[in-house]
Design a protein around this ligand. Structure first.
Ligand code: S3P
Length: 440
């Protein structure tokens, strides 16, 4: 079957309710933590995407069993010393930076050498940001330049570290947090604010953790070694996946969408805050707290009075996976939108900042770039009727889905390559699009 998607019709007005599949960040964290818990953990609504399947395959290679049941996965953990890998194993993290970085933290006490590999895109990403601090625990790591493959051999003489995380990367912070569970003594972390799912999970698992939240940094202390009991967890819908449908609704005509049961944790909803500054009027319903995470329904309607935003840097980390589609809204908004310090955006599955700017140029939107700061000159009358081909984006799932949203809301004839990229994070993307009436 051809791996391309053709779109040549805008979406027609819709008024629908959707449920979006499980949150990817929480799914991967639950699989990894369950693999180190004592006893059987049950995970409900686990996202069944390639990144999460890579996490399940990884724990299996480490000697941990799991089973799929009708409505949950059971994972059979043996505690923090419970991995039992065969000799010379390779763990393939596929496309997942989260898996590759977090699992390194869990391998700091591995008695066997473990090699971590990944796909082409992952193999281009910087791993020194986690291997450097991990070495300070006393771990033996082999890495060429900054990239995969990495070979890690743990130690029984782990020592706690003081670590400063400056990028606002939850993957780096979480890697060190996971290593600290195995390490005798107190590991201290000062981290620029980023998503806090690991902290909330640690608290709900009663792993000894103290957190103090200040304006731009979080201070975390974890006391190890600390075994923890197995757990049950029902994973909420993914806000990052939901965001594609939120923006599709905003940019379409006379449409309304209600998305149920989404993770609306403050550290993830930068996209909603930025869009609301653009006059999007997105609202939450039925807010509740589950194991520390805020969960709620999201209501969004079409808007034709969107305005440009001066995006505060403090929202960068909480919206890091959503800038591609935020730029689409900026393209259609009245006035200029300004974004600053988006360097991290070029460190993702593809160089997303470079790709997004090429995309804006292609659809005739003016922008100015000054290093990692950009200004987008919106055009509220934006309507497309040309031919557009999207390819060579390192199969980045979010670039693919952003292109679909652009095609369905701005018009034109589109050929978008690598449609199987949605399997990374959102395998039911097409099913949901069709539910809203999109002709794809
Ligand atoms: C993630 C953190 C973010 C994000 C990624 C998932 C996580 O990456 O882009 O999609 O689950 O911790 P960084 O930590 O590198 O910013």
């Amino acid at each position: 079957m051809e791996n391309i998607l053709k779109i040549s019709k805008k979406i027609t007005p819709f008024n629908k309710e959707l449920e979006i599949s499980g949150d990817k960040s929480i799914s991967i964290r639950c699989v990894l933590l369950a693999s180190q818990a004592v006893g059987i953990s049950k995970i409900y609504n686990l996202l069944e995407s390639e990144d999460v399947m890579s996490a399940l395959h990884a724990i299996k290679k480490l000697g941990i069993k799991y089973r799929k049941f009708r409505n949950h996965y059971s994972i059979y953990g043996f505690g923090i010393n419970g991995y039992n890998p065969k000799k010379n194993i390779k763990i393939d993290a596929g496309n997942s930076g989260t898996l590759a970085r977090l699992i390194l933290g869990l391998l700091v006490n591995s008695k066997r050498k473990i090699k971590i590999i990944g796909d082409k895109s992952l193999s281009k990403r910087d791993f020194s940001r986690v291997t450097e601090p991990l070495k300070n625990f006393g771990v033996n790591i082999k890495i060429k330049k900054k990239n995969l493959p990495i070979t890690i051999l743990g130690t029984e003489f782990l020592r706690p570290i003081n670590y400063t995380e400056k990028l606002g990367s939850a993957q780096c912070k979480s890697c060190i947090m996971l290593a600290s569970i195995k390490t005798p003594g107190i590991t201290k972390i000062k981290a620029k604010k980023s998503r806090n799912h690991s902290e909330l999970l640690f608290k709900s698992l009663k792993i000894p953790i103290k957190t103090i939240s200040k304006k731009s940094n979080d201070y975390i202390e974890i006391k190890g070694p600390s075994n923890f009991k197995s757990f049950n967890y029902k994973i909420p819908g993914d806000i990052s996946s939901s965001a594609f449908f939120i923006v599709l609704t905003l940019l379409s005509e006379k449409s309304k969408l209600y998305i149920k049961n989404v993770n609306i944790n403050d550290s993830r909803t930068g996209v909603i805050k930025i869009l609301n500054k653009m006059n999007a009027k997105i609202s939450y319903k039925n807010k509740k707290i589950y194991k520390g995470e805020y969960i709620g329904d999201i209501l969004v309607k079409s808007r034709n009075k969107l305005i440009g935003v001066n995006c505060p840097k403090s929202l960068n980390s909480a919206a890091i996976d959503e800038f591609l589609i935020i730029f689409l809204v900026a393209a259609k908004a009245k006035g200029i939108s300004t974004f600053r310090d988006l360097n991290e955006l070029n460190k993702k599955e593809s160089p997303r900042l470079d790709i997004a700017l090429k995309f804006l140029k292609m659809i005739g939107i003016k922008y100015l770039r000054n290093r990692d700061n950009i200004k987008i000159y919106g055009n509220p009358n934006l309507k497309l009727n040309g031919n557009y081909i999207i390819k060579n984006f390192r199969k980045d799932h979010r670039v693919f889905m952003m292109s679909c949203v652009a095609a369905l809301s701005f018009g034109g004839k589109w050929i978008i390559h690598d449609k199987d990229s949605v399997r990374t994070s959102f395998p039911s993307f097409f099913e949901k699009l069709k539910k809203l009436g999109a002709k794809v």
